[in-house]
Design a protein around this ligand. Structure first.
Ligand code: 6PG
Length: 246
């Protein structure tokens, strides 16, 4: 397991720009090596800024888009045109602007009954990767309660060791049913990047990175790629309580 690399950047714009650069670099390397780049996108506001960056003039023509395959780390169980859908969000800010081909867009089917949606995605990943999924790049966010993707504190999804995708119920959430990739998939990735911005994340970020190891209550701590890299791109506000990066 590699040690996490923490990069503190000026603000949300700098985090988005660095995430887009990493996307560009990793896409180029993966396409050169395997003729295909498999990326798992995340929901939340932080990645959306990186999507907008990727379609900006600085990046849009630097990436061989037809060879990029888009997947999701998690999804809300809503139809694909629902504003709460992670797919809908990415469609608007990234996939439509780059005219992504339908055959490269591999969304989770949030409109299905949750267990069927999870089984459907796990089976699809298996077919696509010809076995256990190995993503070239995974983007993740961090919730104030320590969740990442839809791996929430104390959920059974945290214990999954076999299925690549599971359904999970998040009580009290506006969209309580979710689909999420599991630790075995995140930890098989070639590179995982957390994108974290804002003062409201300072406390949880310090607990995740510098506090005692307790992934059951801080699920983001469970993401630790076995052979791949783990990088945290955080802005100054989010990093405010980190002792090692003060
Ligand atoms: C989702 C996400 C979730 C998100 C975090 C952080 O579907 O909501 O995948 O895990 O990344 O809640 O979200 P923000 O970046 O908006 O704070």
């Amino acid at each position: 397991m590699t040690q996490p690399h923490v990069v503190v950047l000026d603000g949300p714009h700098a985090v988005a720009a660095r995430a887009a650069e990493e996307f560009e670099i990793r896409a180029r390397a993966a396409i050169a090596a395997r003729n295909c780049f498999a990326v798992a996108l995340s929901g939340g506001k932080t990645p959306t800024r990186s999507f907008e960056m990727l379609v900006s003039p600085r990046f849009i023509d630097t990436i061989d888009w037809p060879r990029v395959h888009f997947f999701w780390g998690d999804e809300r169980c809503v139809p694909p045109d629902d504003p709460a859908s992670n797919y809908a969000q990415a469609r608007k800010s990234l996939l439509d602007p780059i005219h992504a081909q339908e055959k490269s867009i591999h969304r989770m089917r949030g409109e299905l009954e949750p267990r069927d949606g999870a089984r459907d995605y796990a089976a699809f990943l298996d077919r696509f990767f010809g076995g256990a999924a190995v993503f070239d790049l995974v983007f993740l966010g961090l919730g104030r309660d320590g969740h990442t993707a839809s791996l929430f504190p104390n959920a059974r999804a945290l214990e999954e060791t076999a299925a690549a995708c599971v359904s999970t119920h998040v009580p009290g959430n506006l969209v309580p049913w979710r689909l999420t990739l599991t630790y075995p998939v995140f930890n098989a990735a070639r590179a995982a990047f957390f994108l974290v911005t804002g003062a409201d994340k300072a406390d949880v970020l310090a607990r995740v990175l510098e506090g005692p190891r307790q992934p059951a209550t801080l699920p983001a701590q469970g993401v630790a790629p076995t052979d791949g890299s783990l990088t945290w791109l955080v802005d100054r506000e989010a990093a405010a309580r980190l002792k090692q990066h003060a």
